[in-house]
Design a protein. Structure first.
Length: 572
C-alpha cells in the first residue's frame, strides 16, 4: 500500500482500494486457471481407468470453479471501479484544495488552462490506469509468479522454458521506460501548448479580428496541431514497438515449452497428458503476460501526468492559525519581494493605523499594487515582515485573514451568475434586502434596474454583458456588503465617470469609518485629505507624510501632483 501510495500519488483510501482490487484480479486469474486444471484432472482420470471415478465430484468441482470465477470477477469489478471512481473524485478534490491554498503568485506563473487540464484530463487518464492497468498488472504478475514456482516444483526444465522468455519480455518493457516517458512528455507538452494557443485564440477574438490577425493565428494553430500529431505518432511508435517486441519474445515460451515437453516425452519422463497440460498452462500465462506488457506501457504513459500532479501537490501552500485581533493596525518592516528574479520591493517600512486612511502613490511600476497584494496575502513576501494587529501575516490562516479584508482591485472578476449572486459574494449569508442596500450605496441600482430581469439578470462570463464601470461598481458593492475592518482599494475610480466617482466617494466616507483603509489612486486630488500618504519610487519608499508635508519634502510627490493636475486639465 505504501508503494502504491508513493508511486501513484494515491490517498490512504485509494491505496487500500487498489490493493484489494489487485488481490481480486489475482483470484480472477486463479479462477480461469482452475477451470483448465479441472479439465486436466478430468482427462487424466479417464485415461488412467478408462472411466470417471466419480461424476458427482467433477460436477461439484465444475460448479465450484464456475462460482469461484464469477465471484472473483464480481469482486474485482466492484473493488476496481468503486475504489477507482472514488479515488478520482478524491484526487480532484485534493487538487482543488491545494489550488485554493496556493498563493496567487503560483497561479500567475502557471497557465490556468494547464491547471484545468491537470484537474480534469490528467485525472481522467489516471482513472483508466487505476481501473485497469494497475490492479491487473499486480494481479497478473502475482499469478504468473505463483504459476512459474508451481511448475518449477513439477518440472524445472518446463519452468525454465517459460520463465526465460517471460523475463526477457518484461526486461524489454522496462528497458524502454526512459524512451517511452520521453516521447510521452514531448506529446504531453505539445498538447498543453495547443490548449493554451486555442484558449488564447478564443479569449482574444476582439484583438485578433480588429488587428487583422486571423490568417496568422490560423497558421499558428495549424502548425501547432501538425507538430502535436507528429509527436503523437512518435509516442505511439515509442510505446508500440517495445510492447509488440515484448509480446513476440514472450511467445517464444510456447515454442520452448513444446520443445522441452517433446524432449521429455521422447525420454519417457513425461506422458502426453502432461504435455497438453503444460501447453494449456503456458497459453493462459501468455494471455496474462500480454496484458501486463500493455498495462506497463500505459503506466509509463501516465508517468508524466503523475509527475505533474505530484509537483502541484508538493507546492508549498499558505498556512497559519485562526487568530483573534484586538486592533487592525498594519505594520510593514524591512519588506522585500521579487517576481522570480525581478525585484519589485526592497526595504519597505510604513504603518497603516486603524481608523486612518493611507494612500499609496508613485509612478507606474513602482510597486504599489504589489504592496496591496502582499498586504492581502495574495502573494507571500520574501523578506521582512508584515503584521496585522501585532500578528505576523504568515502566521494567520488565509481564511481567517480574508474574512477581515475587503478588496476592490482595478481588474474586476465577476462570475457567470446573476447580479444578486455576484454582489452576495461579499457575504454569503446576506439577505436580498442587504444586497440591495449595498448596491444602492455603490450606486449600482441605476443600471441594475434597467437590466432585463433586474437583480436576477445573468451578466455573462466575467460580466461580459456589463460595461467596465458597471463591473467596477458591482465589486464596490461587494465591499459594502462585506463591511470588513480592513479595506484595500486599488484604482477603484479607473473605470468610473466623474459623476459616479463623486457619488461613490461620498458612500466610501461612510464605509471607511473606524477601518484600516489603504488606497491606491493616480488622481492625486482625491487623496489630498487622507491621514497618510506613502510615496513609492522603484520599489522603495521615497517619503511618508501628509499632503502638505510631502509637498515640502518630496520632489517626486510634487511632480506627481503637478502631472495629475495637468492630466485633469488636458483637453483633446
Amino acid at each position: 500500500m505504501k508503494i502504491l501510495q508513493k508511486t501513484f500519488s494515491l490517498t490512504d483510501h485509494g491505496a487500500r482500494g487498489m490493493t484489494i482490487a489487485s488481490i481480486a484480479s489475482f483470484f480472477v486469474n486463479i479462477g480461469y486457471m482452475a477451470c483448465m486444471i479441472l479439465f486436466f484432472f478430468f482427462a487424466q482420470d479417464i485415461l488412467d481407468d478408462g472411466m470417471l471415478s466419480s461424476l458427482s465430484n467433477y460436477l461439484i468441482a465444475i460448479v465450484a470453479a464456475v462460482a469461484f470465477t464469477y465471484l472473483a470477477l464480481d469482486w474485482e469489478y466492484r473493488a476496481t471501479y468503486n475504489s477507482t471512481y472514488m479515488e478520482a473524485r478524491d484526487l480532484r478534490i485534493s487538487i482543488a484544495d491545494t489550488l485554493k491554498n496556493l498563493p496567487l503568485g503560483y497561479l500567475a506563473q502557471h497557465d490556468l488552462s494547464d491547471l484545468a487540464q491537470t484537474m480534469m484530463q490528467d485525472v481522467l487518464d489516471l482513472e483508466h490506469a487505476f481501473s485497469h492497468a494497475i490492479p491487473q498488472t499486480f494481479g497478473a504478475g502475482a499469478f504468473l509468479l505463483l504459476m512459474i514456482i508451481g511448475i518449477f516444483f513439477q518440472n524445472a526444465w518446463v519452468a525454465l522454458a517459460i520463465f526465460v522468455p517471460f523475463a526477457l519480455a518484461v526486461g524489454v518493457c522496462l528497458f524502454s521506460k526512459s524512451y517511452q516517458k520521453y516521447c510521452a512528455k514531448r506529446y504531453f507538452d505539445a498538447r498543453r501548448k495547443n490548449i493554451a494557443i486555442l484558449q488564447e485564440a478564443i479569449d482574444m477574438q476582439q484583438e485578433i479580428r480588429s488587428y487583422n490577425l486571423v490568417d496568422s493565428k490560423r497558421k499558428q494553430i495549424h502548425e501547432a496541431i501538425d507538430q502535436a500529431e507528429k509527436l503523437q505518432m512518435k509516442q505511439e511508435l515509442g510505446q508500440g514497438v517495445p510492447v509488440l517486441s515484448a509480446q513476440s519474445i514472450a511467445k517464444l515460451s510456447l515454442a520452448l515449452t513444446v520443445l522441452a515437453t517433446a524432449w521429455l516425452l521422447i525420454q519417457g519422463e513425461m506422458n502426453a497428458l502432461f504435455v497438453i497440460g503444460y501447453l494449456i498452462a503456458v497459453t493462459r500465462m501468455l494471455g496474462a503476460l500480454e496484458g501486463i506488457s500493455m498495462n506497463i506501457g500505459e503506466l509509463f504513459h501516465i508517468d508524466v501526468r503523475l509527475d505533474r500532479i505530484k509537483e502541484l501537490k508538493a507546492t508549498r501552500i499558505q498556512e497559519g492559525e485562526p487568530t483573534t485581533f484586538e486592533n487592525y493596525d498594519i505594520e510593514v518592516k524591512n519588506l522585500s519581494f521579487a517576481y522570480g528574479e525581478r525585484p519589485v520591493l526592497e526595504d519597505v517600512d510604513f504603518c497603516a493605523q486603524q481608523g486612518h486612511v493611507t494612500a499609496l502613490v508613485g509612478p507606474s511600476g513602482s510597486g504599489k499594487t504589489t504592496m496591496i497584494r502582499l498586504l492581502s496575502r495574495l502573494y507571500d513576501y520574501d523578506q521582512g515582515v508584515i503584521t496585522l494587529g501585532g500578528h505576523p501575516l504568515k502566521a494567520i490562516a488565509p481564511a481567517c485573514l480574508y474574512s477581515q479584508i475587503s478588496m476592490v482591485f482595478q481588474e474586476v472578476t465577476l462570475f457567470n451568475g446573476t447580479v444578486m449572486e455576484n454582489i452576495r459574494i461579499g457575504r454569503q449569508d446576506a439577505t436580498d434586502e442587504e444586497v440591495i442596500q449595498a448596491a444602492r450605496k455603490a450606486h449600482c441600482e441605476e443600471f441594475i434596474l434597467k437590466l432585463p430581469e433586474g437583480y436576477q439578470t445573468m451578466i455573462g462570463e466575467n460580466g461580459s454583458k456589463l460595461s467596465g464601470g458597471e463591473r467596477q461598481r458591482l465589486s464596490i458593492a461587494r465591499a459594502f456588503l462585506k463591511d470588513a475592518p480592513i479595506l484595500l482599494l486599488d484604482e477603484i475610480s479607473a473605470s468610473l465617470d466623474v459623476e459616479n466617482e463623486m457619488a461613490i466617494q461620498k458612500s466610501l466616507n461612510e464605509l471607511i469609518k473606524n477601518k484600516t483603509v489603504i488606497i491606491i489612486s493616480h488622481r492625486m486630488k482625491s487623496i489630498e485629505d487622507v491621514d497618510q500618504i506613502v510615496v513609492f519610487e522603484e520599489g522603495r519608499i521615497n517619503g511618508v507624510g501628509t499632503h502638505q508635508q510631502l509637498m515640502e519634502s518630496s520632489d517626486l510627490y510634487r511632480r506627481l501632483v503637478e502631472k495629475s493636475r495637468l492630466t485633469e486639465s488636458y483637453v483633446y
